[in-house]
Design a protein around this ligand. Structure first.
Ligand code: BES
Ligand code: MN
Ligand code: ZN
Length: 464
């Protein structure tokens, strides 16, 4: 779908002219007011739609009215959702092109373009019958600059969602490495199994050892023109999480191709940096592998040594994400960065606590956490802080090693958080648990079922 801007669209010939209507107010088109409001009592409640044939009365064949809700509640998040809704409706009526003019004076171009791209998204690569796509949409009034930034964000989300939607047979650790190596404007170094061993990443390697897919440790680096801050972003990259020898029940394993959603998020963000050119040095890190049961799998009771020398008794092979992240965090902390952010589909407990509505956030710096929470809010995502009371550590006590990899079943998201903290040294760090938000079983807001691109827009806005 091509996205354009033009100052005047109301008199441009097009298939569908999309306009907005605030609740209880009139639209900017007399024709729409006569039919939708006066005849049919269209209210303009948020997300409502009304389709009208123009029979040649204006240059557009049809008018689509989108309810924008209460005028005083309208903001950048609302316009993104409203545009996404419009695009879905346009796809439903099999339109090929449309002009969108909500008659709003604020420059919401970025949100509008992002909304259009989210609404347009479908994962139909493996379907013989492809979803209907719009060819071109034209926005009125917004600036080229804002629209272009929205497109960059939209492309990043699509990149991440496509990758996370791919089955594990495609999105292997080697594939992620190959993708990382082909991203423009960054340098990428891939560490293979021997190099990972030489770095002393015993926790990560243990998880990887049960699979025939070789582990790939991916280190990407973007350097801006005048780097003012240095940040490392880490994504959990378990390309398939069967649980390992502590194997998952079938129903829980069904969506575990998405256990690399954190990694997909980081790749989506990294490929956007060259286009956004932030004044920062940004490291993207992924410890990619599979968690599989086999004769060579790591076992409950095994004692692993992480990169920082700390020893871990394996209590449950299904708590593998924190083991791979432990070594990735050690690596990140040695880069001399100011801040480290990890994004991970880490715990079922986080899904139980927050559902699919919010990602859990924890960390060692309240200011960084609150900046991320507010950036998320402005980006249309929800981050909710979970506690990291030191008491959570008690359940990780081991008789034979420095710690176990799992503790009590209760408070599992926080237990994972305090486990990760053991591998963080001398940096501000935030951990974002996207287990509930990365993948949807059914549509939610502007998102269709499947991979959501969780974390992408927030990280991009945070790094920008
Ligand atoms: N990848 C899972 C977490 C997960 C669960 C992500 C549901 C998305 C949806 C993680 O590796 C895992 O298996 N965690 C275990 C930890 C437990 C063994 C302490 C869990 O949450 O059950
Ligand atoms: Mn697991
Ligand atoms: Zn996992």
């Amino acid at each position: 779908m091509k996205i354009k801007v033009s100052q005047e669209v109301k008199n441009t010939p097009t298939e569908v002219l999309v306009i907005g209507q605030f609740e209880g107010e009139k639209t900017s088109l007399e024709l729409a007011n006569t039919y939708a409001i006066e005849k049919d009592g269209f209210e303009g409640k948020f997300g409502q739609t009304y389709l009208l044939h123009t029979f040649g009365k204006i240059p557009a064949d049809k008018i689509l009215i989108i309810g924008l809700g209460k005028k005083e509640e309208f903001d950048a998040n609302k316009i993104r959702e409203a545009v996404a809704k419009s695009i879905k409706k346009l796809k439903q009526i099999k339109a090929k092109n449309a002009c969108i003019d909500f008659d709003i004076n604020c420059d919401y171009g970025k949100s509008a373009a992002l909304g259009a791209m989210i609404g347009d998204y479908a994962f139909d690569k493996y379907k013989s019958e492809k979803a209907h796509r719009l060819e071109e949409i034209t926005f009125a009034k917004f600036s080229e600059k804002e629209i272009n930034e929205g497109i960059i964000f939209g492309d990043a989300m699509k990149f991440t969602r496509d990758l996370a939607n791919e089955p594990a047979q495609y999105a292997t650790p080697s594939k992620l490495a190959e993708i990382a190596e082909n991203i423009e404007g960054i340098t990428t170094k891939i560490y293979d199994k021997d190099a990972i061993e030489r770095m002393g990443m015993g926790a990560y390697l243990a998880v990887a050892q049960g699979s025939i897919q070789a582990p790939k440790f991916i280190h990407m680096k973007y350097t801006g023109k005048n780097p003012k801050r240095k940040i490392a972003i880490i994504g959990k990259g378990i390309c398939f999480d069967s649980g390992g020898l502590d194997i998952k029940p079938a129903s829980s394993m069904l969506t575990m191709k998405d256990d690399m959603s954190g990694a997909a998020c980081i790749l989506g963000v990294m490929q956007a940096l060259n286009k956004l050119q932030p004044d920062a040095e940004i490291h993207g890190i992924i410890a990619a592998c599979e968690n599989m049961p086999s004769g060579s799998s790591y076992k409950p009771g095994d004692i692993l040594t992480a990169k920082n020398g700390k020893t871990i008794e394996v209590d449950n092979t299904d708590a593998e994400g924190r083991l791979t992240l432990a070594d990735a965090l050690c690596f990140a902390c040695e880069l001399g960065v100011d801040e480290v952010i990890d994004v991970a589909t880490l715990t079922g407990a986080c899904v139980v606590a927050l559902g699919t509505i919010a990602s859990g956030i924890m960390g060692n710096n309240e200011d960084m956490i609150s900046r991320l929470i507010s950036t998320a809010k402005d980006s249309g995502e929800t981050f909710w802080q979970l506690p990291m009371f030191s008491e959570y550590k008690d359940s990780l006590k081991s008789e034979v090693a420095d710690m176990k990899n799992t503790g009590s079943r209760f408070g599992g998201a926080s237990t994972a958080g305090v486990f990760l903290q053991e591998f963080v040294k001398d940096v501000k760090w935030s951990h974002i648990d996207i287990a509930g938000t990365a993948y949807l079983e059914k549509p939610q807001k502007e998102l269709i079922a499947g991979a959501t691109g969780a974390g992408v827009r927030t990280l991009l806005n945070y790094l920008k």
